[in-house]
Write a protein that binds this ligand. Structure first.
Ligand code: FES
Length: 101
């Protein structure tokens, strides 16, 4: 099941937007016309990743510098070892952006 989180026109390249969805805080970011959605909480010490930096296709945690791949959720740089959750995104014919629950 998918739920609308916005319209394509709401997303600007490399701009982080967060949503509350199913009691979770989700970080979204558009990179080169692809929209990614991941858990906003770092797997290391629960910092909010939305305060971090987007570097290529990764998000860098602002607290200790761990990096996560935005497509897979994999921790690519320590100190985090565990991945973060990722969420499937699709676009409807009218440009609505939908997240899978
Ligand atoms: S809280 Fe994110 S790297 Fe430590």
């Amino acid at each position: 099941m998918y739920q609308k989180i916005g319209h394509l026109n709401d997303f600007k390249n490399n701009q982080i937007v967060t949503y509350f969805y199913d009691d979770r805080e989700i970080l979204t970011v558009k990179i080169q016309d692809e929209i990614f959605a991941v858990d906003n909480i770092c797997s290391h010490a629960e910092e909010q990743l939305c305060e971090g930096a987007v570097i290529e296709n990764e998000i860098e945690c602002p607290r200790h510098g761990a990096r996560f791949n935005l497509k897979t959720g994999e921790a690519t740089e320590g100190p985090a070892l565990l991945p973060i959750d990722t969420f499937n995104i699709k676009m409807s014919d009218n440009g609505d952006i939908l997240i899978e629950s």
